[in-house]
Design a protein. Structure first.
Length: 499
């Protein structure tokens, strides 16, 4: 059986803990690979490699860093199909979706290639007699990233390219459910000329996570995952004096006003709810239909959902693949089977779905629940599967109040032809990312990604300007140089005279 080992100090390092986790092909249910799970000693080794590399990488020139990143970008572009195949094999998403994931990760590599302009400081001259003040940004040291299973290439690329471009070194702890893409990213970085130890990949479970959160040589931690774990990451790392950005879960709503184009809204709801089998934190999982449009909107969503082709991710005709594990499939199904008892109309029930020839895969069909109550489990919880809830509101105000009452505030969308309503919505809604007739408003790389409320713990969003600020710290330098023409004036212990 294939074994995925760690990548430490620029080379593959076999696991020594004796503990391994299974990696499953979601389409067949078969265990195809095992992944080494790190011990605390292996955590120490990865951090030590990063710390040693920081001694030279942290003082390297911007030109040297960007040269590596430009080569890295070219290699990723050339190997994007290979990376997508690894994602499909272990996560299960269809190949086109996996390619899209790589493309979105490449955006951040491209942003990192332009780090020279992002790290420019500020200068004020002559703030007092012969006194200048400058502001600069410097790297932190060793930083860590803990990433989820649903985007095994994209989310790591949201983190480490910017971190290393800013002069830090990086320890990545990817999900143990689909670990191979992370190793491939590190191998290509080495091929691009990234010095040994600047990027390390440490596989593991809670032992590895806690080891990084408690390690005295780790200066900052980036995390993307569920809200309970994000809260734990933030509390633990912060208690240890580390800088933290921890992105949590979501229950993203889409508000559909009576004037919306219902065909466009239905298309958007289907793609946003069921794409990547709903396993994404920016999925639309709740549609709020305002006024009399609900019945017609649900009918159009149902019509489109029934045509989605579900099958193995490596089948070009498949539009949606399986879920990551059998346990997760069963959990998602439980929300659908319990929905009717909690007052919902089950318009589509995908819990009995199988694919001929792949009966042991982690399959589930598309589910659509109408007239869902805000008290029901299907509404309150982040399901992370292909289940769409539809709620009803009589007015715009009622719909917005319903959405703002959610503890989550990751992404949201409004569908309308009314510019005034859209403008009001983007100001009144309590979420970090807003789409106007855009169902999944993931910002481009040079803007930052992040939510509000229980969807984000920490002060910084990820990538964009916030990412650069997170991976650097500010320093202000006040300088006075005597004029050579002046004689020494002696020591003045007072404040500089500004006027």
């Amino acid at each position: 059986m294939k074994t995925v080992n760690h990548w430490i100090g620029g080379k593959t390092v076999e696991g020594t803990s004796g503990n391994y986790g299974p990696v499953t092909d979601p389409a067949t249910g078969a265990v195809t690979t095992q992944v080494a799970l790190a011990s605390l000693e292996e955590v120490d080794a990865a951090v030590a490699a990063a710390k040693d590399a920081y001694a030279t990488w942290g003082t390297s020139s911007l030109a040297a860093r960007t040269a590596v990143l430009f080569r890295y970008r070219a290699l990723l572009d050339a190997r994007r199909d290979d990376i997508a195949e690894l994602i499909t094999a272990e996560h299960g998403k269809v190949h086109s979706d996996a390619l899209g994931e790589v493309a979105r990760g490449l955006e951040i590599v491209e942003l990192a290639c332009g780090i020279t302009t992002q790290l420019k400081g500020e200068l004020s001259t002559q703030v007092s007699s012969r006194v200048d003040v400058s502001s600069i940004r410097q790297s932190l040291g060793v930083v860590a990233g803990i990433t989820p299973f649903n985007f095994p290439a994209m989310v790591p690329m949201w983190m480490f390219p910017l971190a290393i471009a800013c002069g830090n070194t990086f320890v990545l702890k990817p999900s143990e459910k689909d670990p191979s893409a992370a190793n491939r990213l590190a191998e290509l970085a080495a091929e691009a000329g990234l010095p040994d130890g600047v990027l390390n990949v440490l596989h593991g479970d809670k032992v590895a996570v806690d080891g990084l959160l408690n390690h005295p040589d780790v200066a900052a931690v980036s995390f993307v995952g569920s809200t309970p774990i994000a809260r734990y990451i933030h509390a633990t790392a912060s208690a240890n004096g580390k800088r933290v950005q921890a992105l949590g879960g979501a229950k993203n709503h889409m508000l559909v006003l009576p004037d919306a184009d219902l065909d466009v809204a239905a298309d958007a709801a289907v793609s946003a709810a069921y794409g990547s089998a709903g396993e994404r934190c920016m999925a639309i999982s709740a549609v709020v239909a305002v006024g009399a449009v609900g019945d017609e909107l649900v009918a159009r969503i149902k019509e489109r959902a029934e045509k989605i082709k579900i099958g193995p991710g490596n089948d070009p005709t498949s539009e949606m693949g399986p879920l990551i594990t059998a346990a997760h499939r069963d959990k998602v199904a439980s929300y659908v089977t319990g929905a009717a008892a909690q007052g919902a109309d089950v318009v589509l029930d995908g819990t009995g779905y199988t694919v001929e020839g792949f009966e042991d895969g982690h399959w589930i069909g598309l589910s659509l629940l109408d007239h869902v109550s805000t008290d029901s489990d299907a509404y309150k919880d982040e399901i992370f599967g292909p289940v769409l809830c539809v709620l009803r509101a009589e007015t715009y105000e009622e719909g917005v109040a319903l959405m703002n009452a959610s503890p989550f505030g990751n992404g949201t969308a409004i569908f309308t032809r009314d510019g005034g309503a859209a403008r009001r919505f983007q100001l009144e809604i309590e979420a970090g990312m807003v789409g106007v007739n855009v169902p999944i408003p993931v910002p481009v790389g040079y803007h930052s990604f992040g939510g509000w409320k229980d969807s984000l713990f920490g002060d910084h969003h990820i990538y964009g300007n916030d990412g650069v600020h997170f991976y650097t710290r500010g320093k202000v330098v006040t300088t006075r140089w005597p004029d050579p023409a002046d004689a020494p004036a002696g020591v003045d212990l007072g404040f500089p005279r500004n006027h």
